[in-house]
Write a protein that binds this ligand. Structure first.
Ligand code: HEM
Length: 256
């Protein structure tokens, strides 16, 4: 870079000097800031003497911004050297914005009496009142999902204790293959079987423990109750709650 500049300067200066001072051999390039003649301009004056530089200065990065750039000139004029930044006082700072209209409301006086709100909302449109809702009210819970009051000693914990007590809750000696017609015969409260997810359970012992009540549970007595069970409370783990009541597996009529 320096070599290129030197060649360029040399050719330009040589041609110029050939017309003026033919005797000069070495060109000298001097750059002076616009305010070099001012008091503060001494430190911005820069001289680049091409002859004084060696050949091995190619690796020296140029100053950025350039020493004679407008940025440096502007910085030196805006911030005189040696002057510390001044801490602004309150009077130098920008004044605070005016108080919003809401902050100067008179307590007890509604905004509508003033014709319009301070936010520019006309009183005729309701001022700052909450706009009418366009969403529908949530549906009231149906009575079908009401829990019943269980008799004392029939809580979920009591049922868990009964399951683990070792009492016979199945009513059968071994697991069976049960067809829908066989299942249908067990539809009485004291002999109620029901199928959930392919397994047949004796639900009679569970009736007094059912939080949904006896009436709801008996709707599936003697038949496959999977769909009604799932739509009522799919989160309930029937497999776990009735494991001690397992009677067998539901199969097709021809598979018995
Ligand atoms: C033998 C199978 C069943 C078992 C093990 C069972 C178990 C349960 C359990 C644990 C709850 C309490 C749920 C909770 O608190 O979140 C419950 C509630 C209920 N069950 Fe069942 N249930 C069975 C079958 C049924 C059936 C066939 C119906 C018929 C619709 C039914 C209707 C209800 C109702 C209405 C509630 C009360 C509302 C609710 O808790 O969400 N249940 N049942």
């Amino acid at each position: 870079m320096t070599s290129y500049l030197r060649n360029w300067l040399w050719s330009g200066a040589a041609s110029a000097e050939s017309a003026t001072t033919p005797g000069a051999q070495v060109p000298t390039f001097t750059t002076t800031s616009p305010q070099a003649s001012d008091d503060e301009g001494d430190d911005t004056e820069t001289e680049v003497n091409v002859e004084a530089q060696d050949d091995d200065d190619d690796d020296i990065a140029p100053a950025f911004p350039a020493l004679n750039s407008a940025q440096r000139a502007g910085t030196s004029s805006a911030k005189p050297a040696g002057l510390a930044p001044r801490i602004l006082s309150d009077t130098d700072l920008m004044p605070p914005p005016p108080l919003p209209g809401l902050a100067v409301r008179t307590p007890g006086v509604s905004l509508s009496t003033r014709g319009s709100s301070s936010l520019g909302v006309p009183a005729s449109s309701g001022g700052l009142a909450v706009p009418p809702s366009t969403t529908k009210a949530p549906p009231k819970p149906t009575k079908k999902r009401e829990k019943v009051a269980l008799a004392p000693g029939h809580s979920a914990l009591d049922w868990a204790n009964l399951k683990s007590s070792g009492a016979d809750l199945r009513g059968v000696d071994s697991l069976q293959r049960i067809t829908p017609s066989i299942l249908k015969q067990h539809n009485k409260k004291d002999d109620a079987w029901s199928a959930f997810y392919g397994k047949v359970y004796n639900i009679t012992p569970y009736i007094p423990f059912h939080p949904g009540g006896e009436k709801e549970l008996m709707r599936v007595a003697g038949r496959d109750g999977t769909k009604l069970f799932a739509t009522t409370h799919g989160w309930v783990n029937a497999d776990f709650m009735l494991d001690a009541c397992l009677v067998g597996f539901l199969v097709g009529e021809s598979s018995s």
